[in-house]
Design a protein around this ligand. Sequence first.
Ligand SMILES: [Zn+2]
Length: 181
Amino acid sequence: MNMAQKLIDEVESAGGVVQVDGGRLKLSAPAPLPDDLVQKLRDHKPEVIEFLATSKGGNLPVLPPLVPNISARPFGFPTDSVDWAEWIEERAAILEFDGYRSPREALKSAYNEALEAWCSQHWEAPPADSCAACGAPNPGFACGDGAAVCQRPDHACLIGYGTRRKQAAIERLRQVGIGAA
Ligand SMILES: [Zn+2]
């Protein structure tokens, strides 16, 4: 497990949430988090932001492809939405069984995992010779999926690209009737 995932897990175990908001890490928790945890989050801020922006990490099970061969049925509606809905439900049940998440949190996590799984199977990363967010040449930061973005202090390109990637998955799942949890 990488450091970003570990820190996020620690925050979640304490009932808190880590989010990215305009290039800044936003922490919310029912009670103040331990100082050393907050400090570690500060120290590893870029990693945590990248992790949240691309939702990389976690050991995702292999999912059935959402659209196994879209070119084979250009007019058809994807038929395997049931598989995805079932997968999300099952995953949510496992997460809930594993502990600390409320049913709603478990469903949300499962849905986010499904988005990432869809991206890892279907998202085609743009060529790394220009920024995947703003198009500037020779970007300095490799995203991990083959794309690259500008290295900026506010991580705007990284977050912008991560959002676009995730949005594509949200749209795709919505098309087969699976909405945001
Ligand atoms: Zn850029």
